[in-house]
Design a protein around this ligand. Structure first.
Ligand code: ACO
Length: 191
């Protein structure tokens, strides 16, 4: 995904972690113009993700990120576009208090880290970038994928989880979240 400004100037790392502050390193904290560019990038990514999932409205935008306690991991390829860099995709996670059903149908209240949105640019899908981004997040959070909950996962994402993390056996829920066999062994109830 290309932009009419230098991606490498805004995002110095291959993976940037953005939160409510919308700051990607010290440089953007001191430069309102760079922050405006960050907002443009997030809005564009959110729109593309919504389109790919056939959602009526984006679930990710700069203003939403500013008002929610979520974290957004943004992956760039710094070499492309004549050295200005391109944005490859993003992964958004956040903690949510959920009422879930375990395998026996017992209600469990838990507050797991949830995958809320995930998108890799169309022309770059199936090249391993999603795995790179997801693995980065798991290391950063020091977490196993089975301990997470997935908000309305798309067929592509379910295939991704099955392929890379052998997550195939989901435990039926009455909400939009998907959790897998093993989730309830390790997630402690917060009830
Ligand atoms: N059709 C089916 N499976 C796919 C597809 C596709 N078009 N693209 C990726 N996958 C799955 C497959 O398991 C694939 O393995 P395979 O090629 O051997 O079949 C595997 O992902 C490839 O892994 P990566 O290359 O690491 O994944 P990628 O970089 O493509 O990222 C992602 C995966 C984020 C799901 C990407 O395909 C995408 O952006 N899809 C469109 C948006 C989307 O559906 N996002 C998930 C929303 S749900 C949520 O966020 C909770």
């Amino acid at each position: 995904m290309e932009f009419p400004f230098d991606i490498n100037q805004i995002f110095s790392e291959r993976v940037s972690i953005l939160d409510q502050t919308l700051v990607a390193g010290r440089r953007s904290a001191e430069r309102p113009d760079l922050q405006a560019h960050i907002a443009t990038v997030i809005d564009e990514l959110g729109r593309a993700s919504a389109k790919a999932q056939q959602l009526t409205a984006p679930i990710t935008s700069a203003s939403k990120l500013q008002s929610q306690r979520h974290q957004l991991y943004l992956l760039k390829d710094g070499e492309s576009s004549g050295g200005r860099g391109v944005v490859v995709g993003f992964l958004k996670v956040g903690y949510k208090k959920l009422f879930l059903l375990d395998r026996g149908g017992v209600h469990i209240e838990a507050e797991p880290l949830c995958v809320l949105d995930f998108y890799i640019a169309e022309n770059l899908q199936r090249h391993g970038y999603g795995l790179e981004l997801f693995d980065f997040m798991l290391q950063h959070k020091n977490l196993e994928p089975v301990l997470m909950a997935y908000d309305r996962p798309s067929p592509k994402f379910l295939s991704f989880l099955a392929k890379h993390y052998c997550l195939t056996q989901s435990v039926p829920q009455v909400n939009n979240f998907v959790v897998f066999e093993g989730f309830f062994f390790s997630n402690r109830s917060v009830a």
